[in-house]
Write a protein that binds this ligand. Sequence first.
Ligand code: PRX
Length: 651
Amino acid sequence: MADTIENLLHEARRFPPSAEFAANAVATAELYERAGEDRLGFWADQARELLHWHTPFAHTLDWSNPPFAKWFADGELNVAFNCLDRHVLAGLGDRVAIHFEGEPGDSRAITYAELLVEVKKAANLLTALGVGAGDRVAIYLPMIPEAVVAMLACARIGAVHSVVFGGFSSDSLRSRIDDAAAKLVITADGGFRRGKVSPLKPAVDEALQDGAHTVEHVLVVRRGGNDVAWTTGRDLWWHDELAQVSDEHEAKPFPAENPLFILYTSGSTGKPKGILHTTGGYLTQAAYTHRNVFDLKPETDVYWCTADIGWITGHSYVVYGPLANGATQVLYEGTPDYPALGRWWDVVAKYGVTILYTAPTAVRSFMKQGRHIPEDRDLSSLRLLGSVGEPINPEAWIWYREVIGADTAPVVDTWWQTETGGIMISALPGVTTLKPGSAQVALPGIEVDIVAEDGASVGADEGGLLVITEPWPAMARGIWGDPDRFVSTYWEQFATQGWYFAGDGARRDKDNEIWLLGRVDDVMNVSGHRLSTAEIESALVSHPLTAEAAVVGAADETTGQAHVAFVIIKDSQVDAAAAEDAAEILRQHVAKQIGAIARPRQVFIVAELPKTRSGKIMRRLLRDVAEGREIGDTTTLADTQVMSIIASTMK
Ligand code: PRX
C-alpha cells in the first residue's frame, strides 16, 4: 500500500459537510454538548427516546463492581418488541423491513408486520421445544431472513443466541456449542455461494456425531434444497414445525441486564472467547449509533450493511440497530462478484440503496477491478457510505467517495469491536469535517484516550495505545463462563486507572483526532475477519506433519492483512516438491480445523525458526521475511545464521 504511516499523517484533504447535508442531518453538534455536560443523563435520554420500556428505569449506571457494568438495571424491556411490535403498533406494519436478495436472484420483500408474525411463530416453536429464558441457542445459518427471525425469536423469549459464522468448520462450531452448552442448533440444509449450494447441515452432523453434547434438537431451514442426512427425533424441519404453531405471542418484559447473546471472537490466545452482551444498554447504543452515524431517515432510506450476521457488525447493524430504528434494509446472501463483477452495484440500483456500510477490504477489491464496473451502474441513490473492520487507507477512502459516492456522499469510518457492542469512534455526518484515513473522534457519550504504557496521554502527532476511559452502554458484560479472563484480557493493563484496553495502537494528530494503527497483540484482521495467529498455530501443530509452527500477519493489498506460516515439519529431509505438498496439506488442514477464512496465504516449510536465547520466537523477523523486507536486527538471536537459512529456503 502506498499509504505509509508518515504519508497518512500528511493527508491534507478535508471534506466539510455540504450545507444541504448539514441542514437535514439527524445528528447535530448539540449531541456533543449535551453528552459533555452530563454523560449519564445523555445516555438515559437516548435509552428513553429510542426504546420502549415495559418498566421504566430509574438508575442509569451501576459501576459498583467494575469492570462488570449494569446499565438501566431496574428497567425492563423486550428486545423483539422494540424491533418489531412497537413499529407495527405505530402503524408502520406495511413498511418493508427486509428486502432479501438471494444469490440465485430470488427476492422477497418482508414487511414489519410479516416479520413480526414469523418471529412470533418461531418464539412459540422455541418454547415448544423446551427453550426458555437464559437457555443458549446456536445459530449456524446463511445470510437469509430466517437468521434474523431466529435471533429475534430468541430475544423475544429471553433465550441467548450464539451465532456461529457459516464459514466456520464443524470443529469450531462444536467448541462453541460446548462452551455455551447450547440446547438447540438452528441451521439450514445449505446456502448459495458462487452459483453452488454450499451445505451447512453436514458440519452440524459432524459436530454432534459423538453424542456427548447438550443439544436436544436441530432445526433445519430449507434453503439450498440439497439432500441432507437426518437424525430422527433430533432433527426437525423449520417450515414443518412453524406450520404447526400459533402466530399469537405476547412479548414479555425482561430485566435490562438479561443476556441477549454470546458471540465468539479471537483473542491473543488459541481459544476464542464468548463475548457476552445484554439487552437494554446494548440496544440503546445500537439504535443511537445506527441513527446518528448513518443519518438514518427511516421513512425514506434504504440501508444496506454487507456484513454477515455471524459477526458483530451483522448483530448490531443488520439486526438490532436497524430494526430498533424501523429502517428498511437490504439483506444479500451471496458474494460481491457472482454471477459477475458488479453484483453489489446491481443490488444498490435495484433497491435504490441510500446508505451503504461495508469493509475496506471490499472497497480495495473493487478498486482493483476498475471503476468502470460501478460507473456502468446507477448508484445515484447512495447518499452516505460507511466503513468498518480495519483502517481504511486514504486512497481507498477517496475512491469510495468519488466512485461509489459520486464525490458527494460522506464516508464515515467507524471504529469499534465485538467487545464494544456498538460504534465508539466515528465522524458524525453533517457535523464533522471528514478526514480520509482517520476514524476521527469518539462519539458523544463515549470517552477514549491514546496513552503510553504508563497511562500518560500522548501528545499531538504521537502514537500509543487506545483506551476507553468511561463505561458505555453496549460494553461487553464478560466472557461466557470465564469472568477472570475478561478482567485479565481487557482491564489489567490499566487497572489503576480502571480503563478498558482495546488492543489497538492509535495516533493522535494535531487536531486531536484519532488514527487507528492496527492491533498491538496477535489478533489479526484478514478481509475484516478477526483471527489470532495463536489459533492458527495451534491448528497447524495439531497436524502430525508439524513439529513447530509460527504464524505472522503480513500486509496484504486486498485483504489488509494475511496470515503467513513458517513450519518445521517432522521429516526434515524433504525436497522442494515434498515441501510444497506439505505446505498445501497444512493450508487445507487449517481450513478444515477452523474454517476457510483462516487458511494461511502462504505456508513456508523451514528448517529452523528464529529464536532468542530464552527460546522466544522472534516474529518481527518472520514478518520482515513475509513482507519481503530487508531482515532487521538479528543480534539477539540464539543462532544468528537462522535468518539467512530461512531466507535462502524461500528463494
Ligand atoms: O483492530 C480493530 C479493528 O477490528 C478490531 C475488532 O474486530 P471485531 O471484534 O471483529 O469487530 C470488527 C467490526 C467492528 C479492532 O480491535 N477495527 C474495527 N474497525 C476499525 C478497526 N480498525 C481501524 N479502523 C476501524 N474503523
